[in-house]
Design a protein around this ligand. Structure first.
Ligand SMILES: Cc1ncc(COP(=O)(O)O)c(C=O)c1O
Length: 434
């Protein structure tokens, strides 16, 4: 809704490539011309961090025509940007700032978590109220702070995405969540913070599991960026426990009825919210202590391969997505990379989970490195989910633009001279045919 309000087709948007897929969907819906920023990576733990400040400042400088900038703060693992200087730099160039606070809806209600995105000057913040406050699933909020807010256009876009038969139970639950946060938020969050401190100590006392602190989590590229950690997100190094991460998650679920929020190849991230009680924390500690006491020998854990660097955007994601395209298999008859895919353009977003970063977005050029990465994931024993892959029987395929569709589309980033040259070429072709 926000992206459709702020951006007309073809206008530029700066965004973390690691943004949630809803932002990438917004790119398709709005027709934005995306400029992707690479987030930092902590390879030791497979954790993706914020985009380095230097990269953001450079992008703002290089793209003064960008209409908006989208970042996620805090990240899934609780890493928060030092937002104020970033937002000031964007505003100085007339770029609006949208912060995805899906995991940070509680922040306004305790000084430990502030300043929030809006308090740092962001124009828009989106929050999944259901994730960390007490609203029903799907209940989320858009907070608006844009001095140039165009309410009429926003409302048109809002109506385009909502039902004409509102779900009053959900809306009421948001109001209850809001009221609870205002009236009891500080007290509940103080308790959550206390429990988080206790839990961190308890996990470390197992001697096998170790909680990662800000310094462990921060990728080197952002060590000087004044990034902070939301302590209610507890990331634990599991590499000494004798299980693979999948086995440990299964053990916690089946033996102890504990559902883990997120994992990497050697960590688990646990979330504490205002709903966390001491008995829940004790159950988790008890489970980890029992596993630690069983004294298994550490297993060899294998990191995920690096996500290939972004290749090249040949067409706007929206233009590519709305092409019918054709399905091409990833592998040929000899099970090698299908050469017919090279230099073709993807019509879909291809996203492996985890880490949830698109290796291909609609409009992006396909290279051998990208195919090899996807094939590697599909063949790995972990049975990775790769969203966007289409199966033709057993054959994994990608939807790509046909030659005719490519001919009919305008390439991204063409200068006026390029366009004049294209027109001249087309005229020459017509002349030859006639
Ligand atoms: C960073 C981020 N943004 C947005 C969303 C989407 O939120 P919702 O599930 O409330 O639509 C999620 C969901 O997991 C998320 O992790």
């Amino acid at each position: 809704m926000i992206l459709q309000t702020l951006i007309a087709p073809g206008e530029k948007l700066l965004l973390d490539r690691n943004c949630h897929k809803s932002v990438h969907h917004g790119v398709v819906l709005s027709g934005a011309h995306p400029v992707y920023l690479d987030s930092s990576v902590n390879r030791k733990y497979g954790v993706f961090g914020p985009v380095p400040k230097k990269t953001i400042f450079q992008a703002i400088e290089d793209h003064p025509d960008a209409e908006a900038l989208v970042l996620t703060s805090c990240t899934y693992d609780g890493l928060r940007y030092d937002l104020k200087p970033i937002i000031e730099a964007a505003h100085a160039r007339g770029t609006k700032v949208l912060i995805d606070e899906a995991w940070y809806g509680h922040a306004r209600f305790h000084p430990e978590f502030r300043p929030t995105a809006l308090e740092s000057g962001a124009d828009y913040a989106t929050q999944s109220t259901h994730k960390v406050l007490s609203a029903l699933s799907q209940a989320s909020m858009i907070h608006v702070n844009d001095p140039d807010f165009k309410e009429h256009i926003f409302r048109q876009n809002f109506n385009m995405h909502t039902s004409t038969s509102p779900q009053y139970a959900m809306i009421a639950s948001m109001d209850v969540a809001r009221q609870q946060a205002v009236m009891e938020g500080y007290k509940l969050l103080s308790r959550t913070l206390e429990l988080a401190t206790e839990l961190r100590g308890q996990i470390n006392s197992t001697g096998v599991f170790r909680v990662l602190e800000l310094d462990d989590l921060l990728p080197d590229e952002v060590k000087g960026d004044n990034v902070r950690l939301d302590p209610t997100k507890v990331t634990v190094d599991i590499s000494r426990c004798g299980f693979t991460v999948e086995e440990l998650q299964k053990e916690l679920f089946e033996r102890f009825n504990i559902q883990v929020e997120k994992s990497t190849f050697n960590t688990l991230t646990l979330l504490l919210t205002i709903g966390t009680t001491r008995s829940k924390v004790s159950r988790l500690y008890d489970a980890l202590m029992r596993i630690a006491r069983e004294g298994r020998a550490p297993r060899r854990l294998y990191p995920m391969p690096d996500v290939p660097r972004f290749t090249q955007l040949r067409y706007l994601p929206r233009d590519a997505f709305y092409c019918g395209g054709e399905l091409l298999p990833l592998l040929d008859e000899r099970d090698s990379v299908n050469k017919a895919l090279l230099d073709r353009v993807s019509a879909d977003q291809i996203v492996p989970y985890p880490p949830g970063i698109p290796v291909l977005v609609p409009g992006q050029v396909i290279t051998e490195e990208v195919i090899q990465y996807v094939v590697g994931l599909l063949r790995s024993q972990k049975r990775m989910e790769v969203h966007g892959i289409v199966y033709d029987g057993y054959l994994p395929c990608v939807r790509v633009l046909t030659g005719d569709e490519e001919q009919a589309l305008r390439r991204v980033g063409l200068t006026c001279t390029d366009i004049r040259e294209e027109v001249a070429q087309a005229t020459r072709r017509t002349a030859v045919v006639s």
